[in-house]
Write a protein of this length. Structure first.
Length: 552
């Protein structure tokens, strides 16, 4: 929010909220505070963003209160009851919300947005700080019980003051070639550009200023967002008559919220980088897991050695007693027999020592099965991760990126949906498939991510159809629908389908790629496997050059 919108917002909120009852105070995050009012006709939500944005406006968005309200939030709940007035400092980005309290005492809730980080300060009727959102010790002391003083600002004159004086300042700045040099407040680069365009249409400074001052006096704004050279400019009212690209809003709050939402959106490349970082982090985690499994397997290797030790101890119980630390026995399991030293627990009986080694034997056997299962699961997850990385690489639209993001959320790698992608309806898998036809007229379908690959293999591939996949690398699942028999499918059609499977795989830039060709009846999904993971019982391979659709 530039200073012009900041000042206009204060006027709009005064007309909307003065005389309202404060019903609720919520602090959902650091630097964010929301006040809920009842005007007597409707509920209104006022949000302050002091965390670097310096914005305040009415919002319709739902905000969830934390389980335990923070310190400043609790204070406002206890002290404030009714809003009497909203007033902005005429020469600075500071706005006062004048409240009446529970005991009919008065308070000033001051929102400052004059520096990189905004602040909210509660001031009592004596001008002393009760508390504030961000405490600060420095040249300007902002601490409880300190006297509140406004921030310093450079010398300026009010845009809303004496009209002749303001016009003179505008003319002097115009003579320098840049209106932004004038010492007026509120003023902004967006307003300066708009005044210059209005002047280019032949409008006088007097007429321009009359419209501006009239709007601020009455609070009757025409909130407008202009788009120029990829940037947005916010205006309380448009001054020039011709704008190629503009958007109007019913209120300044709607204007600011729309622009805040646009700023929060990530560019597609930023989204791609963010999702790639999630996948990279998971790959490192899986690599560490594989290393840990290998170490555990090495420690638990050869469980038979524990069984042999236990049986040797049983055969030599008569030679041991409680208190022995070790025993040397003849190991008759080796040929020829050798002498073997066995460590004992001196605090227990010979029989208990033998049982201890039997327990180690049983544990090692169970561990072997557990490690084998974890190894298979981790390798499956690595395969799924390869497919997800390829899907991200292949994603061309925001919807494609959303499907990758949704899959990462479903896998638990992303906790919440954020950014430009927002919450979109989940597209049906059949609507996302690639499609083509062979020269022989056979239809081909293949997926672009794990979810659509899963749909191709599980729901579109019949027992008699032909299924294709690049061998040993992530890639699309492709089906050639051939009806009741594969006998009538020419080898030319098979090679064409295989080339597309290669083209939509990790090997798309290779000269030749080996592609699996399997009957649909031989393609199965293991129970509990992630989407897009299948096993193939029987197949043949063909070597083809990768091919992609012309549109790609």
């Amino acid at each position: 929010m530039d200073s012009v919108i900041f000042q206009g917002m204060a006027r709009e909120l005064h007309l909307k909220l003065a005389g309202s009852r404060l019903d609720k105070v919520i602090q959902p995050g650091a630097g964010i505070l929301l006040l809920r009012f009842w005007t007597g006709q409707e509920k209104c939500q006022l949000i302050f963003n002091a965390g670097g944005r310096g914005a305040y406006y009415l919002t319709q968005k739902k905000v969830t209160a934390p389980a335990k309200p923070p310190r400043f939030c609790q204070l406002l709940r206890a002290r404030l009851r009714g809003l009497l007035e909203v007033r902005a400092e005429p020469l600075d980005r500071v706005v006062h919300f004048h409240f009446v309290g529970a005991e009919q005492d008065t308070y000033d809730l001051v929102f400052e947005a004059t520096s990189a980080r905004g602040n909210l300060v509660l001031v009592d009727s004596d001008g002393c700080i009760v508390d504030l959102l961000f405490r600060h010790e420095g040249e300007r002391k902002l601490l409880p019980k300190a006297e509140y003083a406004l921030p310093n600002h450079p010398p300026r004159q009010s845009l809303l003051g004496d009209r002749a004086t303001v016009v003179a300042a505008l003319r002097a700045a115009e003579n320098t070639g840049k209106l932004t040099t004038c010492k007026l407040a509120p003023f902004s680069a967006a307003l300066a550009d708009e005044v210059e365009r209005a002047r280019g249409e032949g409008q006088s400074f007097e007429a321009i200023l009359a419209r501006l001052q009239g709007a601020f006096s009455s609070g009757e704004f025409e909130p407008t967002r202009l788009f120029r050279q990829g940037q947005s400019q916010l205006l309380p009212i448009p001054l020039a008559h011709e704008h190629l690209d503009q958007e109007t809003f019913a209120s300044l709050s709607q204007l600011v919220e729309a622009d805040q939402d646009a700023d929060d959106q990530e560019e597609p490349q930023e989204i791609r980088v963010r999702l790639a970082a999630v996948l990279k982090k998971q790959r490192k985690r899986l690599a560490k897991r594989l290393e840990h499994i290998d170490q555990e397997r090495a420690r638990q290797a050869d469980p038979e050695r524990f069984r042999i030790i236990a049986e040797l101890l049983l055969a030599n119980l008569h030679r041991t007693k409680r208190g022995d630390h070790a025993i040397t026995v003849e190991d008759f399991y080796q040929s020829p027999p050798v002498q073997r030293r066995i460590e004992l627990d001196s605090t227990t009986t010979p029989q208990a020592n033998a049982e201890r080694y039997f327990k180690l034997y049983r544990k090692a056997r169970r561990s072997g099965e557990h490690h084998a299962r974890r190894l298979a699961e981790t390798r499956q997850e690595m395969t799924w991760l390869d497919d997800a990385e390829l899907a991200l690489e292949e994603a061309q639209t925001a919807d494609d990126l959303y499907q990758v993001q949704s899959e990462l959320e479903a896998a638990g790698l992303l906790k919440t949906t954020r950014g430009q992608l927002g919450k979109r309806p989940v597209a049906k898998p059949e609507e996302q498939l690639y499609r083509a036809t062979t020269s022989g007229g056979w239809p081909l379908f293949w997926g672009k991510n794990s979810r659509t690959n899963d749909y191709v293999s599980r729901h579109m591939t019949g027992p008699q159809d032909l299924w294709f996949h690049a061998k040993g690398m992530p890639g699309a699942h492709l089906v050639l629908k051939c009806g009741e028999s594969t006998d009538s499918v020419a080898e030319e059609d098979v090679l064409f389908a295989a080339s597309l499977a290669a083209g939509y795989s990790k090997g798309k830039h290779a000269g030749k790629v080996e592609v699996i060709v399997a009957s649909g009846r031989d393609v199965k999904k293991p129970k509990g496997a992630r989407p897009g993971l299948v096993t193939v019982d029987s197949y043949r391979s063909v070597m083809v050059a990768p091919r992609r659709l012309e549109a790609d």
